[in-house]
Design a protein around this ligand. Structure first.
Ligand SMILES: C[S@@+](CC[C@H](N)C(=O)[O-])C[C@H]1O[C@@H](n2cnc3c(N)ncnc32)[C@H](O)[C@@H]1O
Length: 228
């Protein structure tokens, strides 16, 4: 496979695309990724959420001390304090600071996710946990005729291998299940627009696909521990 490109970021120029996707997932998904992550971090005293956006994880774990880190100012303004503007590749905290570090649906934005994973490991305390999530190239096969999904730098197919390059102990919690049900033609179109499908293809999918439409979600949560 040729070296994949990082997925481009548009969060400051078009924050509503992400917001629309988050709203649709919340409304129509039977799975709650953030509750799943929160349950893995029970007992953590201090968590760093790298690529925190507007605080979707913060919302799922209101009783944990959590610092949000993101590059997009538009999102950081909304994320509750404490929060910091920085890159995942240069985390402005000392070694051995956090019990948990999360990188949820964000490592595919980096040309070299390994650099960010090394930073996450550096700021974790010994015994601390990294949780990363990502989607698979084969995600949402129902939409295969309407979009091209080039490989990214951190697809679920290769993500376990990439994380194992940095952490010794890595558990993979993968899913491949009909987890989203889109009830209307408008929700099919909006769901695709939020996933960067162009307007013409999104409209065509809405016309051609029957609703309610069940979408097969494929992805993985990677739970890695820093041993020493
Ligand atoms: C797809 S959103 C995911 C947001 C949230 N974690 C979630 O699961 O909904 C990706 C986030 O990563 C942030 N991001 C992208 N590149 C980054 C980098 N190099 N360092 C820190 N954050 C970054 C974006 O600004 C955006 O908020």
């Amino acid at each position: 496979m040729a070296t994949p490109d990082a997925v481009p970021v548009d969060y400051d120029s078009n924050p509503d695309r992400y917001r629309s996707g988050a709203r649709l997932s919340k409304a129509y998904s039977q799975a709650d990724l953030y509750a799943r992550v929160a349950s893995r971090l029970t007992g953590a005293d201090l968590v760093l959420d790298v690529g925190c956006a507007e605080g979707v994880l913060r919302e799922a774990m209101p009783d944990t001390r959590l610092i949000g880190l993101d590059m997009a100012m538009t999102f950081l303004r909304t994320h509750p304090a404490p929060r910091v503007r920085a890159s995942a590749t240069a985390i402005p905290f000392q070694d051995n600071t956090f019990d948990g570090v999360t990188t949820l649906n964000m490592l595919y934005h980096l040309a070299d996710p390994t650099q960010a994973l090394r930073e996450a490991k550096r700021v974790l305390k010994p015994g601390g946990v990294l949780i990363a999530s990502t989607i698979a190239r084969s995600d949402s096969p129902e939409f295969a005729a309407y979009r091209e999904r080039p490989p990214s730098t951190f697809d679920a197919e290769e993500a376990p291998e990439i994380v194992r390059g940095v952490f010794d102990e890595v558990e993979v919690d993968a899913w491949d299940a009909p987890l989203v049900t889109l009830p209307t033609k408008a929700s099919v179109r909006d769901y695709l627009l939020a996933r960067r499908v162009d307007e013409e293809a999104a409209e065509r999918a809405a016309r051609e696909l029957d609703v309610p439409l069940t979408v097969t979600k494929r992805g993985a949560l990677l739970v890695a521990r820093k041993l020493v």
